[in-house]
Unconditional design. Sequence first.
Length: 165
Amino acid sequence: MMRMIALALALGVGAAAACAEEGGDDDKAKAEAPSAAKIQILDPAAHNLVRLDTLTLGSETDSAHMAPKEYRLKSGQGYRLKIVASDQAEYALIAPALFRNIWIRKVEASGVEIKSATLDEIEFENGGEAELFFVAIRPGTYEFGPKGLMDRGVVGKFIVESAGG
């Protein structure tokens, strides 16, 4: 084991010495290397997010109101979804299949950022707002809606299409 460590150290010192003898200074290497600004990969979950129409749960006159009921997404694209719930009832937004087929970056609510790999539901006890930041991953059609109201027909769909079409 000691011989391997000594060999690795010798090779490292030898390579550094050879580089110095060849005039390999950092300025020359920096001039030849592409700058980080030129080779920049943007995270779709943080850059160029598409802001979706606000999802509204409940209204002043109808606690079973939900709008819009359809969202069309592209896989690989990042999105922001603001959810506003009225204080007419307690709402728990569920979308189990969608939550398993997106990459969740974070949820923001009342000045707090929640970072989690998965979600079961987003619950509003006395109204409020939350914003979900995510990237659509797998194409498909995914139902969503308020728990307890979906069986009464309050159901929406996220339609995720492949990025190419």
